[in-house]
Design a protein around this ligand. Structure first.
Ligand code: NAD
Ligand code: MG
Length: 388
């Protein structure tokens, strides 16, 4: 019996890597669903190749899909309602690789259905960590794909969490690791998305350049591993070979190492708990020779400090942080604001967005989170239009 996999966000870079793995193991996997937002041409090509019984396209793109692939006999669903409907269909595992807040409703719907999720999307854990972790059970497992979290997840297998002193995730430092603040002021979107070690979607590439990505990942780790903020840290490691470290109470530090290639964490979750070949060349430490580690300069990368603050504050602060960052990154990519304006938008939203941050996290409902997200987006859009 093949393992049935639904891929949400199949046309992105995580989708590419997952499909490359699936292609390498045709006897093992079968695709039950593919989704895309606007890249209908690519989705049509993938649909023709894998012939899943269902696909989901972004709102208003159904006709475009039918015109592009008139012979497709499966069901074409549309928009957010389509994603929720798709989540009702039985599958052994769903890979959640939609970028941003949009992944949250289908992720919760998949959990309700008792589906195991291979989670690449990090924004949904940032905005609704308590809700999502409450939905995890023996049927609806949550397997982290994000490389650092996948590393920590592997390191913690069969370990007693009470013996963990500290969890450290590494950051490459991104393309501007050696830049001055003045140099960063004028960088372009093309420079920001040219990551030194990883090939990723535009949004996460910009997040890696501001180090907001690492901040989002700390919040992600806090929820995934139920670890207190003061036991979490970041280390800059420019080679991206060590992805995560767990410090135990006896002084032992376990680290997970691999080449920076998402097929490695993806292989470990798609085949979980087995291991399968990832088609990535072996790690040659002698050829790499030297690994570097250094502290992060939070003055150079204030987005990390803002995320740490939001993690510490709890409540709606991480939801505000995420919404402001999504709006600011989109505005930067559209050349409406400069690179350092991203941190300004996020900082101002955290201090002044007209959203109540008082509610304790346990009381967060999906509706409250959506309201907070929507209000913050309005605030940021205004801020960008009127003041920046
Ligand atoms: P991407 O931009 O390459 O792809 C995003 C996918 O989401 C596409 O298939 C797109 O069609 C879909 N999508 C975009 N907006 C949507 C919306 N509003 N509704 C429905 N679908 C939508 O992104 P990516 O690099 O593949 O990353 C996907 C997610 O995985 C992100 O949350 C990212 O942070 C996380 N992640 C990625 C990497 C990586 O190496 N690329 C590593 C760790 C975590
Ligand atoms: Mg990561």
């Amino acid at each position: 019996m093949k393992q049935k996999i639904a891929i949400y966000g199949a046309t992105g870079t995580i989708g590419d890597n997952a499909l490359a793995l699936i292609d390498a193991h045709p006897e093992r996997f079968e695709i039950t669903l593919l989704t895309a937002h606007t890249n209908i041409k690519k989705l049509a090509a993938l649909t023709q190749k894998y012939m899943p019984p269902y696909i989901v396209v972004g709102q208003g793109h159904k006709q475009d899909f039918h015109n592009t692939l008139p012979d497709y006999k499966g069901e074409v669903l549309e928009g957010e309602a389509g994603l929720l409907e798709a989540a009702q269909h039985e599958t052994d595992m769903a890979l959640m690789a939609i970028v941003g807040f949009a992944a949250l409703p289908p992720t919760l719907a998949l959990q309700k259905q008792g589906t195991t999720i291979a989670l690449a999307n990090k924004e949904c854990l940032v905005v609704a960590g308590e809700l999502i972790m409450a939905g995890v059970n023996d049927k609806a497992l949550l397997l982290p794909v994000d490389s650092e979290h996948n590393a920590i997840f592997q390191l913690l297998q069969n370990k007693n969490q009470a013996e963990v002193e500290k969890i450290v995730i590494t950051a490459s430092g991104g393309p501007f690791r050696t830049y001055s603040r003045q140099q960063m002021e004028s960088v372009t979107p093309a420079q920001a998305i040219a990551h030194p070690n990883w090939r990723m979607g535009e949004k996460i590439s910009v997040d890696s350049a501001t180090l907001m990505n690492k901040g989002l990942e700390l919040i992600e780790a806090h929820h995934l591993f139920a670890i207190a903020p003061d036991k979490l840290d970041v280390l800059v490691h420019q080679e991206s070979v060590v992805h995560g470290l767990v410090y135990f109470n006896d002084g032992a530090v376990l680290a997970q190492k691999s080449l920076p290639d998402m097929r490695i964490p993806l292989a470990s979750v798609l085949a979980y708990p087995d291991r399968i070949a990832s088609t990535v060349p072996p790690l040659d430490l002698a050829a790499i020779g030297t690994l570097h580690f250094e502290e992060v300069d939070r003055g150079q990368f204030p987005c990390l400090a803002l995320a740490e603050q939001a993690l510490e504050s709890g409540g709606f602060a991480p939801t505000i942080l995420n919404a402001a960052n999504e709006v600011a990154v989109a505005a930067f990519l559209a050349t409406q604001i400069g690179f350092l304006d991203i941190e300004r938008v996020v900082a101002e939203s955290l201090s002044s967005a007209p959203v109540s941050t008082a509610t304790p996290p346990a009381h967060h409902s999906l509706e409250a989170i959506i309201t907070c997200d929507t209000e913050t987006r309005k605030f940021c859009t205004n801020l960008i239009q009127n003041r920046l």
